[in-house]
Design a protein around this ligand. Structure first.
Ligand SMILES: *Cc1c(COP(=O)(O)O)cnc(C)c1O
Length: 350
């Protein structure tokens, strides 16, 4: 840290992204990317756009916004496209949080939420999950604080049903409720159907997981026009051209190729459920995943040890030395061949 860093950032511990190895070839099951490349149309649209990189991108991402709006049956004014969904989340903490408007979220969830709070000087509280990692919806009813819930949750993979989500949104009318649906294509019920009824609801999505575009950085938020307007103000006050030309073109192609992705989602779910069954047969603890990852414990083996042993066998997974989850590893669902290799490695470890 230099002696020039602002005092307001002295306490900031940045988010630690999953490793992106360059040298050794690993079976990479650590950052929940899709194992499948985007379809040909994505590369074609990106290539066609490359010749115009001398020009700034459209600050409204109008073509992409219209495509996404049509797909979800919303008006373009209810959508803001961003540089990954991490950006829309940051904008939300920036726009709606302050010293007298704190956030709450589960104690075990996406660890970026606490970083965004610290960065934006927003106080936060965490609410413990139940012992089995499920969320007790009653804990989030009428809390009089802004709320962010990943549904399905990460890294647990577990879901809240739509009725419980609605109760949370309805009982916090004077606060924002953000439902982070990064994994919704893999399971669970979307809160999107609640949008017409609740002006305090923000639903966020990403192209990084189910749409094979993690490297393009594309996400978006959906909400009431007024709420999206506030988030646009944040966008235009930090980075008006936040979605670059090639990514915007890739996003349009990705929506046009929806059938391709939904087919891949079905494949990933089948591989996930097959792998989970094999792991349970081996005596591992595995939560009921509604995502593209498995949250795995090998009884008697600390998570850090499991991580190391898998790494020695050329398999990268994610592990956190945090209370309650230190015995678990999060394992992205890869191709059938990759998961066969993972199960085989685990058999040797056990
Ligand atoms: C991956 C992920 C995101 C962010 O993804 P982007 O790549 O920034 O779009 C947001 N929330 C959760 C829970 C995630 O797992």
């Amino acid at each position: 840290m230099s002696r020039f860093i602002s005092q307001k950032h002295a306490a900031l511990t940045p988010y630690v992204p999953g490793e992106q190895p360059r040298a050794r070839q690993y079976i990479k099951l650590n950052t929940n990317e899709s194992p499948f490349p985007p379809p040909r149309r994505v590369a074609d649209y990106v290539t066609a756009e490359a010749g115009q990189l001398n020009l700034y991108s459209d600050p409204e991402s109008a073509a992409l916004t219209r495509t996404v709006a049509d797909f979800y049956g919303l008006r373009p004014s209810q959508i803001l496209m961003t540089n990954g969904s991490d950006e829309i989340l940051n904008f939300a903490f920036m726009a709606f949080g302050d010293a007298s408007h704190p956030f709450v979220f589960p104690d075990v969830t996406y660890s970026f939420y606490e970083v965004f709070c610290t960065l934006n000087q927003v106080p936060y509280e965490t609410i413990p999950l139940r012992e089995d990692f499920t969320i007790d919806p009653a804990d989030f009813c009428g809390v009089r604080k802004h709320i962010v819930i990943a549904n399905p949750n990460a890294p647990t993979g577990l879901v809240l049903n739509l009725a419980d989500l609605e109760t949370i949104v309805r009982t916090n009318p004077d606060n924002i409720v953000i439902i982070d649906e990064a994994y919704i294509d893999f399971g669970g019920e979307s809160a999107l159907t609640l949008l017409p009824k609740y002006e305090n609801l923000l639903v966020t999505r990403t192209f990084s997981k189910s749409r094979s575009l993690a490297g393009a950085r594309l996400g978006f938020g959906m909400g009431s026009e007024a709420l999206i307007g506030d988030l646009k103000t944040m966008k235009d006050s930090t980075n008006p051209y936040n979605v670059n030309r090639m990514t915007a073109a890739a996003g349009v192609a990705a929506m046009e190729e929806n059938d391709y992705y939904m087919d891949k989602v079905r494949t990933i779910r089948a591989i996930r459920d097959d792998t989970a069954a094999k792991l349970r047969d081996m005596g591992c603890l595995v939560t009921d995943s509604h995502t593209n990852f498995l949250f795995v414990e090998v009884p008697g083996l600390p998570g850090a040890k499991l991580y190391e042993l898998l790494r020695e066998q050329g398999i990268l997974v994610r592990q956190w030395n945090r209370p309650r989850i230190e015995n678990r590893c999060r394992v992205t669902v890869g191709t059938q061949e990759e998961m066969d290799a993972f199960v085989k490695a685990l058999e040797e470890i056990k």
